[in-house]
Design a protein around this ligand. Structure first.
Ligand SMILES: [Mg+2]
Length: 432
């Protein structure tokens, strides 16, 4: 069989790079994307912010302490989605099968590269990076290797804005020194078990006897990890099916203790999940409510209805009933609602199989964000605005009855900032 080549493309600091692309003033500045509430986490950090130790998934408060001069912006998923579609379009043109992992990451295994030399893969990868940049304006890193694990490790090594092809004769040298944690499926438990045995690196794991590994980690996990550690990874690159579940969840700034507040939150989360349901043109049969208590105990309850529904009132009533049964003593830290068992077309198919295999696609929802931003809420930093004379811009700062707008777009280059009265009628909301 011809040697396999799997590529992994990963956009560099995707959310932050998208902000820097469309708001040129931020191009060389530390940027943090995410909320500002006490429990907000960083959704994206530019490389200029990472230098100070800020990272994705870190609490926003901690990131801001590490990098106090960072510009903090709310996430603009509409923009990221649009850029992601351009990137995935390039990948789709380069290979018939693309396996997206997230908005900014995907595997591909171009048939043209079966049996190719490392130099040919280098050329292919360089072209792919150039095409992605031309289509999106954004930097991407590409890794390539004989399987998905190696391709992913290689793209990590390539960052930022680079290319790394791991040839078959380099595999051991590349994998060997990495911590075992860098292998897929090694979580804290497996890591601790291996550490107790004195095994820290992938090379040490590869050198173990298979029976020792399965003795420590179980047959299934042990066998798989031992193979991955030796660079053996024949998992296919396969397109993902459409999500079988839509969901929304939110963590509260302060634990909810009143049932009325829980009720409101469940209504909001159901509405948000319902929006995605409707957008996907489908109907749901199973409603699941997830509740996390103040002391981090998570409970979830599900109910499957006789017929699939798109009716928000019906789905909300089920969610409220489930929430009442799931609410713990003490306080509620997080509430999530998911809608699953999605039929392809509403009205419900009578003979549709009942089996539902939910794929989690929870997306954080801003607590209590108004459905349609408009005159009903004041200007906030990061808002997109339009002005008849100055064009498109974004709110850099707002408060004390004033709003400062930076007028610029990707094509204008860095623009100037102007300050207005926050009630200025010529300033209107604009599409990101
Ligand atoms: Mg990325």
């Amino acid at each position: 069989m011809a040697a396999r080549w799997v590529l992994h493309l990963d956009m560099d600091a995707f959310f932050a790079s998208a902000e820097q692309l469309t708001r040129p003033t931020l191009r060389d500045r530390p940027v943090l994307v995410g909320g500002l509430g006490p429990r907000a986490v960083v959704a994206g950090a530019s490389y200029q912010a990472r230098v100070f130790g800020a990272r994705s998934a870190m609490p926003m408060g901690q990131a801001r302490r590490l990098c106090p001069h960072a510009v903090v912006l709310p996430a603009r998923f509409v923009l990221y989605q649009a850029l992601s579609e351009r990137v995935m379009g390039v990948l789709g043109a380069a290979a018939p099968v693309v396996e997206p992992v997230s908005l900014d990451e995907a595997f591909l295994e171009p048939p043209a590269l079966a049996g190719a030399s490392a130099a040919e893969v280098e050329a292919f990868g360089a072209r792919l990076r150039a095409d992605v940049r031309a289509a999106s304006g954004l930097p991407a890193s590409v890794g390539a290797g004989s399987g998905k694990q190696l391709a992913k490790i290689a793209s990590e090594l390539a960052k930022p804005d680079g290319l790394r092809v791991v040839a078959p004769d380099e595999e051991r040298a590349v994998l060997g020194p990495l911590p075992v944690r860098s292998l897929w499926g090694v979580g804290p438990v497996a890591e601790a078990a291996l550490l107790k045995f004195g095994v820290r690196t992938v090379g040490e794991l590869a050198a173990m006897d298979l029976r020792e590994v399965t003795g420590l980690l179980g047959t299934a996990v042990g066998t798989e990890l031992h193979r991955l550690a030796r660079g053996v990874d024949d998992r296919p690159v396969a397109p993902r099916g459409a999500a079988k579940q839509v969901s929304a969840e939110t963590t509260f700034d302060a634990d909810l203790t009143a049932m009325a507040d829980v009720h409101d939150a469940v209504a909001r989360m159901t509405e948000a999940a319902h929006r995605r349901l409707v957008a996907s043109g489908r109907a749901a049969r199973t409603v699941t409510v997830k509740v996390r208590s103040a002391d981090f105990v998570t409970a979830s309850r599900s109910e499957t209805t006789a017929a699939a529904s798109t009716d928000l009132a019906v789905l909300t009533a089920v969610a409220q009933r489930l929430a009442r049964a799931a609410v713990p003593e003490g306080g509620v830290r997080l509430i999530g609602v998911s809608l699953a068992g999605l039929g392809d077309d509403p009205p419900p198919a009578l003979f549709e199989p009942v089996r539902a295999e939910p794929v989690p696609v929870a997306e954080p929802v801003e607590p209590a964000a108004p459905a349609v931003p408009g005159a009903d809420r004041p200007w906030r930093p990061g808002d997109d605005v339009a002005h008849p004379e100055h064009g498109h811009g974004w709110v850099q700062g707002a408060g004390h009855g004033r709003v400062t707008v930076r007028f610029e777009t990707r094509s204008t280059g860095p623009g100037r900032a102007l300050t207005f009265d926050s009630a200025e009628p010529t300033l209107t909301r604009a599409d990101p």
